[in-house]
Design a protein around this ligand. Sequence first.
Ligand code: HEM
Ligand code: HEM
Length: 206
Amino acid sequence: MTDRNGTVRVWDPLVRIGHAVLILGFAIAFVTEGEPAWLHEWAGYAVGATVATRIAWGFVGPRTARFASFVVAPAAALTYLRRLLVFRAPRHLGHSPAGGVMVVALLASLATTTISGVAYLGLSRDRGPLAPLLGAEAAALQAAADQRGERKFRRPGRWLKEIHEAAANITLLLVIAHVGGVVLASVAHRENLPRAMITGRKAAEP
Ligand code: HEM
Ligand code: HEM
């Protein structure tokens, strides 16, 4: 519904608060790089919980938050991007086709980062929510190695650490592209998209 200032509500509170948590949580987890562990892990859990909630919200939330309203074929996103670069892309009230692809990419990349982090912790350190599952496995391998008298046994899971680090770096690249896209679309359509993500409202007419 349009209000007196001619703006309409586009982003609901869950999307906006979730977005703020993602920015803060990702920044803290990325900068801490695992140390101090409590800060890194809690920032990571906040990101993971937000991503899980946002995915569920994409099926049951209001229209502009639903995947069905903004997930399009990659070809449509490319066409939109080409037009955006020459400032000829149509304005969208909700996510643009390219914005929709970016939302999916960011959520997938954040999910991979957090899941690999929790799995690495469980397998290599026997800590965290997956520890009961993965830690027992690692402890059994350790015991077998001890019995064989292997002095240089290393707990498994280093590959998970590699995946965790790679996923975190890929997410950072996506975030840079995301912010670049937001700036470009804001200039092209002469509207302040970051402000819309804070207030939840956009002008009804361009
Ligand atoms: C958005 C979320 C996250 C980001 C961006 C992130 C990023 C990173 C980065 C960049 C590193 C350094 C990698 C390296 O030195 O090889 C790291 C290490 C680590 N992360 Fe995460 N992480 C996230 C979430 C999590 C979660 C949810 C957990 C587990 C609860 C976790 C557990 C760890 C552990 C155990 C390490 C290894 C620390 C070490 O061995 O020095 N991370 N993370
Ligand atoms: C760690 C950093 C960031 C992450 C992980 C992230 C992630 C996301 C996600 C998942 C969405 C989809 C929102 C939804 O539908 O729930 C989104 C949208 C958006 N983000 Fe970010 N974001 C980050 C940083 C930023 C920054 C720094 C800005 C401001 C320059 C920004 C501006 C926006 C805007 C304006 C939208 C809405 C786009 C549209 O109108 O289609 N984001 N972001």
